[in-house]
Design a protein around this ligand. Structure first.
Ligand code: DAH
Length: 340
């Protein structure tokens, strides 16, 4: 038995010297060292041999296997060396430009948000972060939206298994966190972040999206401050002569409430399909902070006033670049992402 193993190995080793390419190298390996090979079969069946023969044959077969393995590795190296020797050295052109490094980029919505942050920073507003997972109390009640209030229908909510713990439906609860932290000092903050709504996903709505909330609290802050500041924001964000208009609206946490439109920057107010032929684009909700909300934040509404606003960076991005479908932002399609 040992003799035939030895003979087999010798034959394999001499065949190996004739192997010159990787395909036949692989074949050689599976034939001589694979599961079905003589040597591996012998090693696998050692248990069936008489006890007296087992150690001798076992040791010998192992040696043979190792020799084949070593020879195989050596052959790989030899073939690799001879391949690089045959490379035509003259064609190595060191003046060729290097391979370009692929640059990553910021997501288009991140770019928009950073632009929004920079504008508000210039106007003295700091970024204030508040949690994505909120209580019903912060998301609704402290914002003047009691249980069963019809205004809750504006925000279809994701609830967790823990009663009273939800995913925030807007960034407005951050107003209460900021007020409770800074009271009785004046406040100028923006509160950016993800919001979640249990909605049907369509071209116009997603179940998660960003908002940038803003809050200014102080003495003698008036509606004219709100209008002036937000109009200034629009001019910085869109262009120096962007016109704005304010339409009366309703939010439970502001009184009075408004929606701000900017003149359509695609048709300059002339009317087009993006502005639905009105010449105006709605970009944010705003208002004077409701006295009850001020009180919930710790401020005396007879002494302090303030304004707040909330905008959707995805929406602003869609308007600005003529993006027709909000789902592109999360679609992870490089053909979309690489355009910005
Ligand atoms: N939280 C509102 C929403 O998600 C947006 C909003 C409107 C925020 C008016 C405000 C505001 O701060 O004053 O629809």
């Amino acid at each position: 038995m040992l003799e035939s193993l030895q003979k087999n190995a010798e034959k394999a080793l001499s065949e190996l010297q004739n192997v010159t390419d990787t395909t036949s190298l692989k074949e050689w390996r599976s034939q001589n060292l694979g599961k079905e090979s003589v040597i591996m079969q012998t090693l696998g069946n050692l248990g069936g041999l008489p006890t007296s023969e087992r150690p001798v044959i076992g040791r010998q077969a192992n040696n043979i296997r190792q020799n084949l393995e070593t020879a195989f590795q050596k052959r790989i190296d030899q073939l690799r060396d001879s391949a690089s020797e045959t490379l035509p050295t003259a064609s190595l052109d060191v003046t060729l430009p290097g391979r370009p490094v692929q640059h990553g980029r910021l997501h288009i919505v991140t770019q928009t948000m950073r632009r929004i942050y920079a504008i508000w920073a210039d106007m003295g507003f700091q970024i204030y972060r508040s949690p994505d997972v909120e209580t019903d109390e912060y998301n609704f009640e402290l914002l003047n939206i009691p249980k069963h209030h019809p205004a809750r229908d504006m925000w279809d909510t994701f609830h967790t298994d823990t009663p009273g713990i939800i995913l925030r439906t807007h960034t407005s609860p951050g107003q209460i966190h900021a007020m409770r932290e800074y009271c009785p000092n004046p406040i100028r903050v923006i509160l950016p972040g993800m919001c979640y709504r249990y909605e049907q996903i369509t071209a116009r709505s997603e179940i998660q999206f960003n908002q940038v909330e803003g809050l200014a609290i102080g003495q003698n802050i008036r509606f004219t401050d709100l209008k002036g500041t937000l109009s200034d924001f629009a001019r910085r964000m869109f262009s120096a002569n962007t016109a704005t208009r304010f339409r009366a609206s309703h939010f439970p946490f502001t009184e009075p409430s408004a929606e701000m439109d900017v003149e359509c920057f695609l048709c300059s107010g002339g009317g087009c399909s993006v502005c639905k032929h009105t010449g105006w684009l709605e970009i944010l909700g705003c208002g004077m902070v409701h006295p009850t909300v001020l009180e919930n934040g710790g401020y005396n509404p007879r002494e302090f006033t303030g304004f707040a606003f909330g905008m959707g960076p995805e929406r602003i991005t869609m308007l600005k670049y003529g993006i027709k479908d909000i789902r592109y932002f999360w679609g992870n399609d490089l053909r979309f992402l690489e355009q910005f």
